[in-house]
Write a protein that binds this ligand. Structure first.
Ligand code: DGL
Length: 273
């Protein structure tokens, strides 16, 4: 059992910079925790890789975050959540870290959408082909229609700092069109990178389709989780520490991150997994 007095360290893992869209809301909702952000920028994108490779990369990432003292890890990456979370929870944790936790993002995002009857999902090829969103939505709302489309070019464009540029918007339209014609009522942004273009997505989808911000949903779901698990509660009233680890430092990461988070990042440590 963890002691309440120590500040709980939460690891936030993403294949690249997309996890910043989750971290931003965690910092806002739950600022007292220490956060360790790990972006596997040397190997991004994960989305088109095999399930076995995604599992191996994700296991290496959680190994690193646990070795740094994290008690709890959020797999912010939808691709890792859909392809690796179950096995990590069922096989890896009981063997290696039985008193620590790994949480994913699929269930909270599916739960937030499932009261609608006509739902769209966009994500990487890995996430969409896993069918996990549909599976989780149908557990809650058997009658829901779930339409999905993978958007493989969006992650590289966003990692290159091209969010909002005409080329990105043109590709975005192409990915959204098949969902728009289905007259979906809500769209799940099933990839951490997509909130970087959320305003463009909302404009393209029009006013009849809601596009909730996944980071807000994850942050409020984690807040609930922490209420139900007082062993992870941090009593501190001060902001915790923030640490950033990357496996490669794309020039754009620091400026994109500072811009998006609205605060300076003192140091980014390069690591090897
Ligand atoms: N950020 C990841 C996600 O949420 C995907 C990006 C990638 O393909 O690596 O799915």
């Amino acid at each position: 059992m963890l002691k309440n007095k120590e500040t709980i360290k939460i690891g936030v893992f993403d294949s690249g910079l997309g996890g910043l869209t989750v971290l931003k809301h965690l910092l806002k909702e739950l600022p007292a925790y220490d956060y360790l952000y790990l972006g596997d920028t040397a190997r991004v994108p994960y989305g088109s890789r095999s399930a076995e490779v995604i599992y191996r990369y994700t296991e290496e990432a959680v190994d690193f975050l646990f070795s740094k003292g994290c008690q709890l890890i959020i797999l912010a990456c939808n691709t890792a959540s859909s392809q690796a979370l179950r096995r990590l929870q069922q096989e890896y944790l009981p063997k290696k870290y039985p008193d620590r936790r790994i949480l994913g993002v699929i269930i909270p995002l599916a739960q937030a959408a499932a009261h609608h009857d006509n739902i769209g999902v966009i994500g990487t090829k890995g996430t969409i082909s896993s069918g996990v969103y549909k599976e989780e939505i149908l557990k809650i709302n058997k009658g829901a229609a779930v339409h999905s489309n993978s958007a493989p070019l969006l992650v590289p464009l966003i990692e290159e700092g091209l969010a909002g540029k005409p080329a990105t918007n043109m590709i975005l339209k192409k990915y959204l069109q098949p969902l728009k014609v289905k007259k979906i009522k809500t769209l799940i942004l099933g990839c951490t990178h997509y909130p970087f273009v959320i305003n463009d997505v909302r404009r393209i989808m029009g006013k009849n389709c809601g596009v909730p911000n996944p980071g807000q949903i994850i942050a409020s779901s984690l807040t609930d989780y922490l209420e139900r698990h007082p062993e992870y509660k941090t009593e501190s009233i001060k902001d915790g520490k923030r640490e950033f680890y990357l496996t490669d430092e794309p020039k754009s990461f620091k400026s994109i991150a500072e811009n998006y988070l609205g605060s300076k990042i003192a140091h980014i440590e390069l690591i090897e997994l």
